[in-house]
Design a protein around this ligand. Structure first.
Ligand code: COA
Length: 158
């Protein structure tokens, strides 16, 4: 399937909101997504495929040589087709270009599917964040140092 990943614009934000509202028990507010698109410190990237305005997206931000994945979701009807993997590859490739030393993310301890995806990319659980989400759910902090250029290649083989 042909796809393209590019910077989100305000045209995309209702679709991002729809996808993440279907994905999370505690989604971001519409206003927060809108602000992230407008704020140059956030990297909001959307995946577009034929016939779908937005198939998936991620939001990341960089501070002190570290890039954190703040949000990632794929349209409910398009999961299991490799799109989450492509979005993660895009994030990692961009972080490598920006000379980022470490990648980090937080994932719900109950979200085994996403944990498996991150493990394919060699992310490791480094700590438990108790009550991290507004509904009281716990998260794992997962991290990966960027030393090797073959990160993406390794994930492709997984
Ligand atoms: C997590 C998510 C982004 C993955 O996107 P996706 O396009 O379905 O994932 P892919 O098809 O690229 O899967 C890549 C790999 O991830 C793992 N994986 C992804 N979803 C999985 C699931 N539900 N169960 C088990 N493994 C899963 C598998 O290892 C898979 O490789 P395989 O198909 O060769 O076994 C998507 O399921 C989603 O939007 N979930 C809801 C939101 C969410 O949980 N976001 C992450 C927040 S931390």
């Amino acid at each position: 399937m042909k796809y393209d990943i590019s910077a989100a614009t305000l045209i995309d934000y209702p679709n991002i909101d729809r996808i993440q509202s279907n994905a999370f028990a505690t989604p971001w507010s519409k206003e927060l997504i809108r602000s992230a698109i407008l704020n140059g410190k956030y990297d909001v990237r959307v995946m577009k495929v034929e016939h779908k305005p937005v198939a998936g997206f991620y939001i990341a931000h960089a501070t002190n040589g570290r890039s954190n994945l703040d949000n990632l979701a794929v349209d409910l009807h398009l999961r299991g087709m490799g799109m989450g993997r492509k979005l993660l590859e895009d994030w990692i490739e961009r972080a490598c270009l920006q000379k980022t030393a470490k990648l980090s993310l937080q994932v719900n301890t109950k979200n085994k599917g996403a944990q498996r995806l991150y493990q394919c990319f060699t992310f490791k659980k480094v700590r438990l964040l108790s009550g991290y989400y507004p509904n009281g759910d716990d998260a794992y902090q997962m991290e990966m140092p960027i030393k090797q250029q073959q990160v993406t290649a390794k994930a492709r083989q997984a």
